[in-house]
Design a protein around this ligand. Sequence first.
Ligand SMILES: C[C@@H](O)[C@H](N)C(=O)N[C@H]1[C@@H](O)[C@H](n2cnc3c(N)ncnc32)O[C@@H]1CO
Length: 147
Amino acid sequence: MRMLLIHSDYLEYEVKDKALKNPEPISEEQKKGRLDEVLAVFMSVEKADETNPDEIVEKAVVEIKDVASQVKADRIFVYPFAHLSSELAKPDVALKVLQKIEERLREEGFEVKRAPFGYYKAFRLSCKGHPLAELSRTIVPSGETVS
Ligand SMILES: C[C@@H](O)[C@H](N)C(=O)N[C@H]1[C@@H](O)[C@H](n2cnc3c(N)ncnc32)O[C@@H]1CO
């Protein structure tokens, strides 16, 4: 999994068109979303993650919690983003991983939103620009190597 973490004044998105034949079903309310004072986490779930999705979920939560505590963010925006890797996991695996990460972060006490999966989306982001405001992380299942 590849993650780009941006500590932001806000992130807002608007769903435009389907980017998959069968995108995640969403309500009218989910077509737009915004969080202020948020750690935005753009995530590409990768092929290698399919060998152990549960482990990837836990490793991602550890990394996100670590960055959130460093930048003192208690809101997280989980953002599916297929542009951080050329070895993407299948959509059904990727969606499950992202849903689980959302659930686990809530269990850890964060306020969490997740942008809809399988769509083209317009988004606006205001990066805070401090030294830790832009970070990336790569996570692989044990036994795999980072390519
Ligand atoms: C397109 C761009 O504007 C938008 N931001 C977008 O990326 N949409 C992606 C993700 O929501 C999701 N998606 C599919 N596979 C994956 C994957 N392996 N990991 C993460 N997301 C995925 O499906 C869409 C098309 O790839």
